[in-house]
Design a protein around this ligand. Structure first.
Ligand SMILES: C[S@@+](CC[C@H](N)C(=O)[O-])C[C@H]1O[C@@H](n2cnc3c(N)ncnc32)[C@H](O)[C@@H]1O
Length: 329
């Protein structure tokens, strides 16, 4: 491989990661066979853990978790050569002089491996996976029922749809980010799933038909850089979550359910997401539960100008069920 050839081509949500599918699938499977596990924390915790490792003289990776979880630079000898070859063949090895670094990370969830973006996630097409993903998947597992067709809107690495596949025959993964779709296909293949389709789509605009279940963990912050995995649009980042709720409710079959995990800015005690959801749910006669899953996430955002009137940001979960008599329009 040529040095530096693996670097991303920057386009706004165009194909920029340019990974090669098969070797990355093989790599994910090989990691699982070797007992690899890694839970990805918040970026801030990741930064602190890497700083502490550096202070202990462990800045360079010497284990699978260092290389694929903490995403530390490593020397050629740190990885077994079959894994290094797979990483190279996948076009996912960054080489800068003596520093090797993986261009993807792997996290584990429920015994499965998920490839996602490298650390730090600064690119506008970074592929997200983090504590929100774990909470989202747990909401799915607790609230999904067996069904025929499920969609995961804003699928990122595909974790939600792949977890939901346990309950569904067909899975549609949608995202506007081609790098996310490429890794979602890799992750579905690592999991051995065949009836999974990954579609480039703004919410459900490019996806046909109705669904028995729609799951989503969209971006929910007011991100000054408007990165796709973070920026939820106007009204303190609530715009996209409310749009997903509206468009999903209109595409659910009778009795279908929406499982929406998102973040809600709380302003003077009022939850901006809940306030926007209630009329949508009432209008369609949906029954629902709405809960605060974590009362305080991304507290550091309150330092930013956009959040000056905000009390806190809560991680919230909506489970809405359509009446049996109405449904997809
Ligand atoms: C916070 S990430 C969550 C990813 C994944 N659902 C998870 O739980 O790990 C949000 C995802 O929504 C995608 N996204 C943003 N705007 C979108 C839109 N208009 N339509 C579809 N997906 C979108 C982003 O590209 C990103 O992959």
């Amino acid at each position: 491989m040529q040095h530096g050839a693996a670097r991303s081509v920057r386009t706004r949500f165009g194909v920029s990661l340019r990974i090669h599918h098969e070797p990355l699938v093989e790599l994910g499977r090989a990691l699982l066979r070797q007992g690899y596990s890694f839970i990805t924390p918040t970026p801030e915790t990741h930064r602190r853990a890497n700083r502490n490792a550096e202070a202990r003289g462990r800045a360079r990776g010497s284990s699978l978790r260092d290389v694929f979880g903490w995403n530390r630079p490593f020397d050629q000898g740190a990885l077994p050569s079959p894994l290094l070859s797979l990483l190279r063949d996948a076009n996912a090895l960054d080489v800068r002089q003596d520093d090797l670094r993986s261009r993807v990370r792997f996290s584990t969830l429920g015994g499965r491996a998920f490839a996602h973006g490298s650390y730090p996630t600064v690119e506008d097409d970074a592929v997200f996976f983090g504590p929100d993903t774990y909470r989202f998947c747990s909401l799915i597992t607790s609230n999904m029922v067996p069904c025929a067709r499920v969609a995961d809107i804003g699928c990122g690495s595909g974790a939600g749809g792949i977890v939901a596949s346990r309950f569904a025959r067909d899975v549609v993964l949608s995202d506007i980010n081609d790098s996310a779709l490429a890794l979602a296909r890799v992750n579905a293949a690592i999991a051995g799933l065949e009836r999974v389709e990954a579609v480039r789509s703004d919410v459900l605009a490019s996806v046909d038909g109705s669904f028995d279940c729609i799951v989503a963990n969209p971006p929910y912050l007011a991100d000054a850089a408007a990165r796709a995995y973070r920026h939820g649009g106007d009204d303190l980042g609530s715009e996209l979550s409310l749009r997903i709720a509206r468009e999903s409710l209109d595409r659910l079959a009778p009795g279908g359910r929406l499982i929406l995990y998102t973040g809600a800015a709380i302003v003077d005690g009022v939850d901006v997401i809940q306030r926007g959801l209630l009329p949508l749910l009432t209008e369609r006669g949906a029954t629902y539960t709405y809960e605060e899953i974590d009362p305080d996430v991304f507290g550091e955002e309150l330092d930013l100008a956009a959040y000056q009137n905000v009390d806190r940001i809560a991680a919230v979960g909506l489970v809405a069920v359509m009446p049996m008599t109405s449904g997809a329009r």
